[in-house]
Design a protein around this ligand. Structure first.
Ligand code: ZN
Length: 408
């Protein structure tokens, strides 16, 4: 063994147990009580561990631009307009610097795996890909980063974008994404994205149905194409805030459709809360899809940060535990089982969405371990537990000292 983490609390089914974790050659070699090993040791004093947070939907390329954008209306239109204008001045160096600032914040918050959504269009070309793709190797010591390329400003309506999407996939983008609600032909875009996915044999991650009008949903089209192309388990859809406007029987129908097709849903609660309902002056619609209802029907659902310090979301500490807590607040979730589900939506569920079959604290998996300053997963969500130490493949990646009182 190279390292033994003593007295760590871990989830064991619905229970929490205390055990020692042994690490050898970057992998978890043992999880047992009273582990007998001669190695460097660390006593975690009963603190709770997760396999790191999994951020399946975050925009590194347009993070940290509030110094150059207005946030007066708090609407999706304003966000798209402001970012579109700011993008004209983006350079590879500028995108790289902001992406690094955001990525390092994520690492310090305990995120060990990530899918970054990067946009291409004829104005910025593939600068986002050029800026962020090298970070996959440069930050491999702390995080597994995959890249999803998508057309934020539309595909079929925006000549030249298709070629840039293909170029990004050729350069190594791992996933193809879409944003049909900004396209003049939403269904046409969805069909073209499936075509690209099949050509490059990559998974799909759409931004979808992002308003609170229950009419005009495209989720059914995505399910149909997923089934037609045998893509079950390889398609995710983000936002889907229209789901928040459905009556229970309509929601149940779509929920079963998603479960059967194998389409996963990522809710982006901070962005949805900020941008939805801005047309109302009272009794504001919150527009967050009730994914805990979908989970009951067998849909895989995740929570993610989406945007950081830009007009889509002028907030952001890159904390996934905050997303879990935020969703518990919105979903009015207070039971132990419900709070554990919220934690799952920032750990195991997004790992499944990204098909990371080596994720989690189990013998044989990479030793990706994050220690939270709390005694259980339920407490982690209730108390917004602070990530104290992170390990990637057995090597420590960050340390945050526990807070101390200095009594008189
Ligand atoms: Zn997004």
């Amino acid at each position: 063994m190279d390292l033994v983490l003593r007295n760590v609390r871990l989830v064991d089914g619905d229970a929490v147990v205390i055990a020692d974790i042994g690490v050898a050659d970057g992998r978890i070699a043992a999880v047992e009580q009273g582990l007998n090993a001669d190695a460097q040791e660390m006593d975690l004093e009963g603190r709770f561990a997760v396999g790191g947070f999994v951020e399946s939907h975050i925009h590194l390329d347009k993070a940290c631009i509030l110094d150059r954008c207005k946030t007066e209306e708090g609407t999706l239109d304003e966000a798209i307009r402001e970012v579109s204008a700011a993008k004209k001045a983006f350079t590879v160096e500028d995108i790289r610097a902001r992406a690094i600032r955001t990525l390092e914040k994520c690492i310090l918050q305990g995120t060990t795996r990530m899918r970054a959504h990067l946009e291409v269009d004829p104005v910025i070309g593939i600068k986002s890909i050029e800026a962020v793709l090298p970070l996959v190797a440069e930050y491999g010591w702390a995080i597994d980063l995959e890249i999803c390329v998508f057309p934020q400003e539309g595909l079929l309506n925006n000549p030249g974008t298709d070629e840039l999407m293909v170029e990004a996939l050729k350069r190594g983008a791992h996933v193809v994404g879409g944003c049909p609600y900004t396209d003049s032909n939403p269904l046409g875009q969805i069909e073209r994205i499936f075509e690209m996915a099949r050509e490059f044999d990559v998974d799909i991650d759409f931004h979808l149905d992002f308003d609170t009008n229950p009419e005009g949903m495209t989720v059914g089209d995505v399910c149909e194409l997923t089934e037609k192309h045998g893509y079950g388990g390889r398609v995710a859809i983000g936002h889907v805030s229209k789901l928040s406007a459905l009556a229970p029987n309509q929601l149940a129908e779509i929920s079963k459709r998603l479960a059967n097709a194998g389409v996963a849903v990522t809710v982006l609660p901070s962005t949805d809360l900020y941008l939805m309902g801005a047309d109302r002056d009272h009794d504001i619609v919150r527009g967050v899809a009730p994914v805990h209802r979908l989970i009951e029907d067998g849909v895989n659902c995740a929570l993610s940060t989406n945007n950081v310090l830009n007009p889509f979301t002028p907030f952001g500490d890159c904390s996934m535990i905050r997303m879990a807590n935020l969703y518990a607040n919105i979903g009015q979730i207070g039971t132990g089982a419900g709070l554990r589900m919220c934690l799952d939506m920032v750990t195991h569920r997004p790992a499944k969405l990204m098909r990371l079959d080596d994720y989690g604290i189990a013998v044989g998996n990479p030793a990706d371990i994050v220690i939270l300053d709390c005694p259980s997963g339920v407490a982690a969500v209730q108390e917004l537990a602070v990530p104290l130490y992170g390990f990637k493949r057995g090597r420590r990646t960050f340390t945050r000292e526990p807070a101390q009182l200095h009594r008189p």
